[in-house]
Design a protein around this ligand. Structure first.
Ligand code: C2E
Ligand code: MG
Ligand code: MG
Ligand code: MG
Length: 283
């Protein structure tokens, strides 16, 4: 009896695992077709500069409009794309599309926005990465000053010497680099001295319980003054409430990207958002 129950449990557990693994298997095999079927879209989340209350930049965030499953979040399929190596192709498309979009907004006289594009370690490691960025800027006609690349601390740490080379080449090119999810990766702060980066993006996990959580308040305040003392720009990710924005403003944070101001949205909506804020400024 006990043996049978054990076996059932075993099979039940296995079946669930299989369903999940199967789903991943299907999604993974559909990834490359999804690109040619134009199922990927970029949403843009505004970054609001606190001093002027205007939008100077936006982060491009990919979405997969799956014909059967609807919107699939990047948290689900980016890891799959990294596993299969498809991230190289997909990442190149994201970069190209974001640069094309920023250039189009500029040409149409709509707005001047710096686009931030997420880049994973695998892309940085590719020996052709900087050349690819340079080529993309050239082909889309976007000035390098309007492009920012976001990379996580842990990705930077994987090969410090190579990273130093890549970061200085990007700096020479005129492209900005920000450290995404700052504060969550294992790191010694000394890399900030050696690596040429422009911006620290404070991770959402430190922002969500502000201002009540005293530890998070201490960490956030420390990151902001660290950035200021190093001459870096600092932006907070994931502020959802007015009291969080107020706290960050008082601490001298430069800009905020969070639901309080706006969620990631389709390009047309972002344009309306940017214009409504600059109108307010003139009024
Ligand atoms: P990330 O780069 O740290 O992007 C910020 C994430 O936080 C986005 O989730 C955004 O929607 C979310 N967020 C921003 N403000 C708030 C807020 O106030 N509250 C809450 N609850 N969430 C907020 P998203 O779009 O689901 O992206 C998740 C992650 O997927 C990104 O984290 C990034 O690591 C990755 N990702 C997204 N697009 C791309 C891409 O084009 N290429 C690569 N390589 N990775 C991407
Ligand atoms: Mg990011
Ligand atoms: Mg982040
Ligand atoms: Mg993240």
């Amino acid at each position: 009896q006990a043996k049978a129950a054990g076996r059932n449990q075993f099979f039940g557990f296995d079946a669930k695992l299989d369903a999940k693994a199967y789903q991943r298997f299907i999604l993974r095999s559909e990834l490359d077709k999804a690109l040619s079927r134009q199922e990927f879209v970029l949403f843009y989340q505004p970054r609001v500069e606190l001093k002027t209350d205007t939008v100077k930049g936006a982060e491009a965030l990919i979405r997969w409009k799956h014909p059967v499953h609807g919107f699939i979040s990047p948290g689900e399929f980016i890891p799959l794309a990294e596993e299969t190596g498809f991230i190289a192709t997909l990442g190149e498309w994201v970069l190209w599309e974001a640069c094309r979009q920023s250039k189009a907004w500029l040409d149409e006289g709509v707005c001047r926005l710096r686009v931030a594009v997420n880049v994973v370690a695998q892309q940085f490691w590719d020996p052709g990465f900087v050349a690819m960025v340079r080529r993309t800027l050239h082909e889309t006609g976007l000035e390098p000053q309007l492009l920012e690349l976001e990379i996580t601390e842990s990705a930077l740490m994987s090969d410090q010497f190579r990273m130093m080379d890549v970061l200085s080449e990007l700096q020479e090119l005129g492209v900005s680099v920000s450290i995404d999810d700052f504060g969550t990766g294992y790191s010694s702060l000394s890399y900030l001295k050696r690596f040429k980066v422009n911006t620290l993006k404070i991770d959402r996990s430190f922002i969500q319980d502000l201002p009540e959580d005293t530890e998070d308040a201490a960490i956030t305040t420390t990151i902001i003054s660290l950035a200021r003392n190093l001459g870096l720009h600092v932006t907070a990710e994931g502020a959802e409430r007015a009291d969080q924005v107020e706290f960050l403003r008082q601490q001298g944070c430069d800009s905020i990207q969070g639901f309080y101001y706006g969620r990631p949205m389709p390009p047309e909506e972002l344009v309306a958002f940017v214009q409504s804020r600059s109108d307010n400024e003139e009024a």
